[in-house]
Design a protein around this ligand. Structure first.
Ligand SMILES: NC(=O)c1ccc[n+]([C@@H]2O[C@H](COP(=O)([O-])OP(=O)(O)OC[C@H]3O[C@@H](n4cnc5c(N)ncnc54)[C@H](OP(=O)(O)O)[C@@H]3O)[C@@H](O)[C@H]2O)c1
Length: 301
């Protein structure tokens, strides 16, 4: 390393230590490994859990494995609009800057259920919850971007968006007419990409970037809590044979959330820490605009 390299790395470290990163669903899997990696860089990490016990265990682990004390846990249930609003208020009382919002939490469910507000759960949690959360944190992101030269929204989507070949079914968002686990999950992940793309457009003049990503096929707890019902054994076998570790699965999230080369990139979709073209339905600007409008109405109801 040259002296100039040393100076750059010291400056990067100093910048990182002042940053605040929020991670949804940080008590498990990819979110927890992202929290550890980002805390190791020196940033203040605020991660969420919907379950107090799981959250407390993860908090201890994240602190221990990262060696950082600047890690905090807040409660958030994305299946409840009031929980999201309380969380946003708590964030505002806890920090005055948000450098990165990593919208990571997600689920897949074999059978249809609804959130406390009556939305189909997969769409409600994976998309609508994060839609409202991002909107509520928008002012703080904008302020951070203006004061510190940038802020990032990173959305953990999935290549499962490809399952939604016909795009978003706007006529049956609550899945009353038909339900298939992968179909609904795929649409929610398509919604993640469309949302990030529209956000990138709407934030274009603010210094806030918005990108989405596929973490890989990751051997996390995803879909393992009985969510996949009779297919549990197949999910477990597939994970054992083909999946990467949650730590490896967090690499793209961490890269997009903190990488220097990704600081100004916006409206992109990443896989294996590289920009990648998603399926055509994920680049449908009309659908992205419509999804934004519909989502605004839904979370206001
Ligand atoms: N694993 C993969 O192969 C894969 C592939 C592509 C994309 N992804 C995406 O990666 C992201 C992380 O998944 P993962 O693999 O790390 O799965 P995971 O281990 O199951 O972790 C998911 C996280 O989301 C949280 N969560 C679920 N429902 C929530 C709710 N209602 N409110 C708040 N948080 C909630 C979970 O909390 P609890 O612990 O309370 O359930 C957990 O912290 C998801 O968005 C998923 O769609 C995963």
């Amino acid at each position: 390393m040259t002296q100039a390299d040393d100076q750059i790395s010291e400056a990067t470290e100093q910048t990182n230590t002042q940053k605040t990163v929020i991670i949804t669903g940080g008590n498990a899997g990819i979110g927890k490994e992202s929290a550890i990696a980002i805390a190791e860089m020196g940033a203040r990490v605020i991660f969420t859990s919907r379950d107090a016990k799981r959250g407390a265990e993860a908090l201890a682990e994240v602190k221990e494995r990262s060696g950082s004390k600047k890690v905090e846990l807040l409660s958030l249930d994305l299946a409840s609009l009031s929980s999201i609003r309380s969380f946003a208020n708590e964030v505002a009382n806890t920090t005055d800057r948000i450098d990165v919002l990593l919208n990571n939490a997600g689920l897949l469910q074999t059978s249809r259920s609804v959130t406390v507000d009556g939305f189909e759960t997969t769409f409600g949690v994976n998309h609508l919850g994060h839609f409202l959360l991002t909107d509520l944190l928008r002012q703080m992101l904008t302020k951070t971007a203006a004061e510190f030269g940038g802020a990032r929204v990173v959305v953990v989507a999935s290549n499962a968006h490809k399952f939604a070949r016909n795009g978003i079914d706007f006529d049956d968002l609550d899945r009353v007419k038909s339900y298939s686990a992968m179909g609904v999950y795929g649409e929610s992940k398509l919604a993640n990409i469309l949302f990030a793309n529209e956000l990138a457009k709407k934030f274009a003049d603010t210094g806030i970037t918005a990108n989405s990503l596929h973490p890989g096929y990751v051997a996390s707890r995803f879909g393992r809590d009985g969510d996949t019902g009779r297919l549990d054994w197949a999910v477990a076998l597939g994970a054992k044979l083909f999946a990467i570790s949650p730590k490896k699965g967090a690499e793209t999230s961490v890269f997009v959330a903190t990488g220097e080369s990704t600081a100004t990139q916006t409206g992109g979709y990443y896989e294996k820490s590289r920009l990648k073209k998603p399926a055509p339905q994920a680049l449908d600007a009309g659908a992205a605009k419509r999804l934004w409008e519909v989502s605004t109405e839904l979370v206001d109801r």
